[in-house]
Each structure stands twice: as structure tokens, then as C-alpha cells.
Design a protein around this ligand. Sequence first.
Ligand code: CP
Ligand code: NVA
Length: 314
Amino acid sequence: MSVNLKGRHLLTLKDYSKEEIIYIIDLAADLKNKKKKGIFEKNMLNKNIALIFEKPSTRTRCSFTVACIDEGAHPEYLGKDDIQLGHKESVEDTARVLGRMFDGIEFRGFSQEVVEKLAKYSGIPVWNGLTDEDHPTQVLADFLTVREHFGKLERIKFVYIGDGRNNMSNALMIGSSKVGINFVVASPKELWPEKKLVDECERFTKISGGSIIVTDNIQEAVKDADVIYTDVWCSMGEEDKSAERIKLLSPYQVNSDVMRMTGKESTIFMHCLPAIKEKEVTEEVFEGNQSVVFDEAENRMHTIKAVMVGSIRG
Ligand code: CP
Ligand code: NVA
């Protein structure tokens, strides 16, 4: 069965099949290759794309912007002080207005409900550029990077270390369970992912053949890992939790001992960025030769481009 994503939202990878995820990664690899050769197909010529940002961003904002321009579309940045979303105007009304003018909407903010409402009311494709719960476009870039490195996703041992209940941990667990990755969360018990989400992802692994382990034992978690991944200890909006998180997560810092404990020299280090060095990761690991963090950052653009082209061109 051939994949067609025309008109589709990307709110969470829970809504996508393995075939659809692989289709986006394949399309991203193709568009990346073409861009390196100077070939621009202008798959979104004359389209207008709204970029709503309630939270700050470097990679996601720049990826959507550059991808739009590469494909012939116009990106319009709408920051939190530029529009009335959810304050002086309901999300439903803003969604319907934008839907009359634009061809697609990216939303980065706090609530998953808001991105769902934009999708429900706008009548155009809506893409989640990060919420408190999820970060699906980051996972697509991460999987493209893993596949470029290892040539496959199935059976890769992917270990996420740190805040096990944040948007990155959730999104990676969802994506991994869909594509057949063996996913491990190493986190203190206080920060384990919600059981409901783990159960849901375990159901996805029954189809994909992947697996999920949640543990507080870092040594067991990282043994034989192909990928070691971490993220900030305090996500955007949680800055007041800093002291508590440092206490809980200091034993989970990714340092050269952790990289050695995998027992493999081929293990790669990944981070969605921005990174706070000497907190969740040491400078040594971040700058070391196992780190692929800037390939990952570049791949945000190619995969976001593929998501938009898939939804708009089909
Ligand atoms: N990884 C990521 O989403 O980065 P930004 O917050 O800079 O967009
Ligand atoms: N968990 C981080 C991810 C940043 C890309 C945050 O939400 O701040």
C-alpha cells in the first residue's frame, strides 16, 4: 500500500504507522540529497505557512523557515506577543481565521490540547513544533540521524537518560515503539514516564517488534547501547524546579564513564539541544568523537521539510 500524507496533521507520532514514519524519513533523505546537489523542487510554491511560537526556539523556528523558503513557500512567524491566541481570542477562532489565509500551521507551546484544537478547527495541516507532552518533529530528525549512522532503525538499542517524563522522553518512546527500536528510559523513579503512555507504547511494540524498558539502573540500561540520548533537566517552563532536578538527576549525567559502560566504541551520543554542559552532559562527551549532535540539528530542517511537503504536496 503506498503512503499518501496529503492533508495530514502531525500532532504526535501515535497517529502515524511505521510505514508513514519511514516514508517521511525517506523523503527527508531525498530532499537533503537534492539540496546538497543544488536541486530545489519548490514543492510548496506560493503556499503560506503560519509559525506560532509561545515558547522560544532556535532549531525548530529556523528549520520551518528555511524549509519553507527552500520549497517556495512564505513562512510567517507569529510570536506569543504578536497574536491573541487563547487570551483575547479563543484558539478555535484564531484557528478558523488562519485556516482562511494559510496552507499550514506550525505550533510550539505549552498545551497539547491547543495544537489539537488548531488541527480540529483550522481545516489545514497542523504540525506540532513541541508541547509540554510531545516533540514529534525532533524524533524524525533523530531517526534520520540514527539511520544515516547505522543504516537501520530496527533493533537499535536506544537509551534515553534523564527526565523520563518530559516531552523528549515521551516522543522518543512513542516513535521507537512504532518503528521497532529497543528503547530504554534510565531515570530516577520520581521522573519515570506515565504508566498509561508506557502501556500504550507497549501495544505499538506488539506490531513493530520493538521493546520498552524503564529502569533507574543506569549501568544495566546503557550496556550494549547503540545510542545514548539526553535532554535538559528542566524543560521550558520548569525553570523553578532546578534545585530539585539537579539533586535527582546528577547521578544520571552522561559523562565518559557512562559512554564507556556501553561496552561499545560504536555508541553515538545524541541530544535534541539546547544543551547545558556539565549538567546533563559533560563538555567532553558533547565535543567528543561519538557525538552527532550537529548532524541531528541539521536533520531537523530536512525532516521538517519532508513533513510539510508530505502534508501539502502529498
Ligand atoms: N531541539 C529543539 O527543538 O530546539 P529549539 O528549541 O531550538 O527549537
Ligand atoms: N525538553 C526540552 C526540549 C527542548 C527542545 C524542553 O521542552 O525545553
